[in-house]
Structures are given as structure tokens and as C-alpha cells.
Design a protein around this ligand. Structure first.
Ligand code: PMP
Length: 437
């Protein structure tokens, strides 16, 4: 039996959910999609909670798509943004302003090796665009290698790197090769990193001139359904790519800033140091902010021309992003993610023993995936059941993400202030919903 989730009636004079929806349909184009049958109208956020117009409280286990790293409207971040907004909201990089340098310095201290040059942009897509440009300029080659099941953005170039057919359009996408995904649950080679690496080597040998621009991967695929790459894969692949003249790019848009619990960056879980790291989402706790960090040698290729971005490194976003780094350290969120994440995995694994519909439980820290299947042996996606459970969870006051090629993976990636009690509430809610189903 679950405790009733919170109603906290609050004054709200804004438009109703139906009015908001009507306006969006009319003015925001036909391709917007909504998570729930009756879309959720969010009017307020407070740390790990969201509130709808009736004052109904939801436990947010998806963090606005893995973006709200510290918690909705975190007071310290709010203060930093407010203070900066009152002084100066905008300055481009053609002038001097201290916030951008202070933030870049703080970010550079978080990077290993020679990754010391920072470029600020406005989103993950833009970060990966810039990373791809750098790789191509630095190597003098065009060919990019990415993984199947990857998500790296939705612009005309980065959509080429993305390899999930729900996001693809039929447009030419340049020289991009998608190699077999080192996915321990579904992958044809299980957890054998060497065989996956051999597939990548074959792509270079048979599908290119032998030279490539670069390789990009998430260490735990986010949109693809919390798929952690087979252990040891990146080490082997980075060697192969560098021998072929390419640079290695780590997409840390979801995995960065301690979310994995064991490490500050996802790539560290594989014992590698990339040549370029891209980040966004959690870096701004909801502000539009992204960054690319690279080595001075690679950054040098950008000095051939003017590198300029009107909003990149905007003072308000820089002050907010800098505050995010401080808060994550001060509140020891990486260690916290490790503890709560292990608890969550343990509880989901116990649930898996009682509910046949759970095919796989995976992840690290506060980046967890629960894959639902109708047949464990065949791993048949439980599409319809996932949709029913998803709605039921919302009814019970819990918001989770959905992912994977068939949308049958629950993605649990809450703000990093999520507690063990929150984890218990979430698992109990899912247990209850599955039992009912
Ligand atoms: N890379 C990864 C790993 C992502 O998950 C996303 C967004 N889902 C992006 C890049 C693109 O980021 P944005 O939506 O900020 O453009």
C-alpha cells in the first residue's frame, strides 16, 4: 500500500492545462510530442518535486531530461542567477566580463589531462556540432564514427551522429559510420569489448580511406535507454581511432558532473581521457548552457578563423553554471549519487525477481535503466505494458523517463538531491503498478 502523494494546494492564477495545450498545438508546430496522454501542466518546481496547477506534487525522477542536476530552483543557484541578472544580463565575448573566465577556470579544474581550453555554447547539440567541426579541421578528414543507439543532437549535422530511427529524417548526412553497439544486454557480442572494437576497426579498414576525423560516444547511452558500454571498450577503440588519425570525443551531456557516482565524468569509468569533451544539460541546472573542452593543440585549429557565439558564456548562464559546480561539490552530490544509486539498483534487482516483466536492470549512480519485456529469453519489448505503467506511475505521483529503440526502458535520472526515501517511494510505486497490471 502506498502513502497518498502530496497535495500542496498553492495559489495559481495561470491558464489551465487545456488552454496551454491548445495554444501549443496552434503555435508550436505539429511535431511536438507529449509524454502523457493528458499532458502534464507544470507550474512550479522545488528541488526533486514538481507541482501541477492543482497543487499536486510529483516526485521528479527524470530531472527535466537529466538536466536539473542540483534540484529545481535550487536556492544558491537562484541567488547567483538573480544577482548577476540585476547587474548585467548580456555581454558577448567581444567584450570582457569576468563571469565567463571564472566559470571556465572552475570547469577546467574538473578536467583531467591536457583538457584545458573551454568553449561555451547553448546546448548539447551545439556542443557536438562544434566538436565535430574541430575533429574534422584537426584531422583533415571527414569521416565520423558513432555508435548505433546513440543520441548526439537534432541539428542537420548532429542528427547524422544520432542512430535511433525515431529521430532520423531522410536527408544526406555526410560521411558518418555507425558501428555495432557494445551493449551487454542486447549486443551481438555480449560484453566482449574486443569483438566490438574489431567491428570498428573493420569499418575503418573497409569503409573509409583508412583515415577518420573522429569517434564520438556517450559512456552510458541516455536516450538509447541507459546502456552502459561493455567494460574496456573505449580504451581499445580510442587506440584504434587515434591510429587512424582521428580524435576521440566523449559526449558527457548526460553522464557528467558526478551523476555516475563512481566518477565525475562518465569516460573515467572506462579509464580513458578523450581529446574533446562535450557537455550541456546538468551543467546549467536548467539554464541553456553547453560547453566543449579540449586540448590547446586541438583548440589551435579554431584560431584560423573567428570563433564567436552571441550567447555562449553569457554572464547569467556563466554565473549559474559556476554556482552548479560549487553546489555539487559543497553538497557532495557525486558520493550521494553513488549511495542512492546503489540502493536504487539493489531495490530494482529485488523487484526483478518478483516481476517477470523486468528484463534488465542496469546503470550506475543516478543513471538507471529498467527494461521491460514480455519474454525474458527473447527480450521482446513490452511496449504496451510500458505505456500503461508509465501512466500509472504519473497517477501515483512519480515521473520517470522513457527510452530505448522501442520506448520500453524506464529511465531513472533524478536531480542529484534525490534521497533513499525517494528511491523507495519510486520502487514501491512501480511494484504497486506492476502488481495491479
Ligand atoms: N547528447 C546527448 C547524450 C543527449 O542526451 C542530448 C539531449 N538529449 C544531446 C546531446 C543534445 O542536447 P540538446 O537537447 O541540449 O541539444
Amino acid at each position: 500500500q502506498l502513502p497518498p502523494f502530496g497535495y500542496e494546494p498553492r495559489p495559481y492564477a495561470g491558464p489551465s492545462a487545456d488552454e496551454v495545450l491548445e495554444k501549443r498545438k496552434k503555435f508550436l508546430g505539429p511535431s511536438l510530442f507529449y509524454y502523457y496522454k493528458k499532458p502534464l501542466n507544470i507550474v512550479e518546481g522545488k528541488m526533486q518535486y514538481l507541482f501541477d496547477e492543482s497543487g499536486r506534487r510529483y516526485l521528479d525522477a527524470f530531472a527535466g531530461i537529466v538536466t536539473v542536476s542540483c534540484g529545481h530552483c535550487h536556492p544558491e543557484i537562484l541567488d547567483a542567477i538573480t544577482e548577476q541578472s540585476k547587474l548585467l544580463q548580456h555581454a558577448t565575448t567581444i567584450y570582457l566580463h569576468h563571469a565567463i573566465g571564472d566559470f571556465a577556470e572552475a570547469l577546467a579544474t574538473k578536467m583531467p589531462g591536457n583538457l584545458k581550453v573551454v568553449y561555451f555554447v547553448n546546448s548539447g547539440t551545439e556542443a557536438n556540432e562544434l566538436a565535430m567541426l574541430m575533429a574534422r579541421l584537426y584531422s583533415g578528414n571527414l569521416g565520423m564514427i558513432a555508435l548505433r543507439n546513440a543520441y548526439h543532437g537534432g541539428s542537420s549535422s548532429t542528427i547524422g551522429l544520432t542512430a535511433l530511427n525515431t529521430w532520423k529524417y531522410s536527408i544526406p548526412q555526410g560521411e558518418i559510420h555507425h558501428v555495432v553497439n557494445p551493449d551487454p544486454y542486447h549486443g551481438i557480442f555480449g560484453s566482449d569489448a574486443t569483438r566490438y572494437a574489431k567491428d570498428l576497426q573493420d569499418h575503418i579498414d573497409f569503409g573509409t580511406s583508412g583515415k577518420v576525423a573522429g569517434f564520438i560516444a556517450e559512456t552510458i547511452q541516455g536516450v538509447g535507454g541507459a546502456v552502459e558500454l561493455a567494460p574496456g571498450y573505449l580504451k581499445q577503440v580510442y587506440d584504434i581511432v587515434r591510429k587512424a588519425g582521428g580524435v576521440c570525443i566523449a559526449d558527457e551531456v548526460q553522464t557528467g558532473f558526478g551523476r555516475t557516482g563512481s566518477h565525475y565524468w562518465g569516460f573515467e569509468t572506462q579509464g580513458v581521457i578523450p581529446d574533446i569533451v562535450t557537455m550541456a544539460k546538468g551543467i546549467g541546472n536548467g539554464l541553456p548552457l553547453g560547453a566543449v573542452v579540449t586540448t590547446p593543440e586541438i583548440a589551435n585549429v579554431m584560431s584560423q578563423k573567428i570563433q564567436f557565439n552571441t550567447f555562449g558564456g553569457n554572464p547569467v548562464c556563466s554565473a549559474g553554471g559556476h554556482a552548479v559546480l560549487r553546489v555539487l561539490d559543497k553538497e557532495k552530490r557525486q558520493a550521494h549519487s553513488a549511495v542512492v544509486g546503489s540502493h536504487l539498483l539493489e531495490r530494482f534487482r529485488a523487484l526483478q525477481e518478483r516481476h517477470d516483466i523486468i528484463g534488465d536492470v542496469r546503470g550506475r549512480g543516478l543513471m538507471v535503466g529498467v527494461e521491460l519485456v514480455t519474454d525474458r529469453k527473447e527480450k521482446t519489448p513490452a511496449k504496451a505494458e510500458t505505456a500503461v505503467l508509465f501512466e500509472k506511475l504519473r497517477e501515483l505521483g512519480v515521473l520517470v523517463g522513457k527510452g530505448g529503440l522501442h520506448g520500453n526502458v524506464f529511465r531513472i535520472k533524478p536531480p542529484m538531491c534525490f534521497t533513499k526515501d525517494d528511491a523507495d517511494f519510486l520502487v514501491d510505486a512501480l511494484d504497486y503498478a506492476m502488481t495491479k497490471l
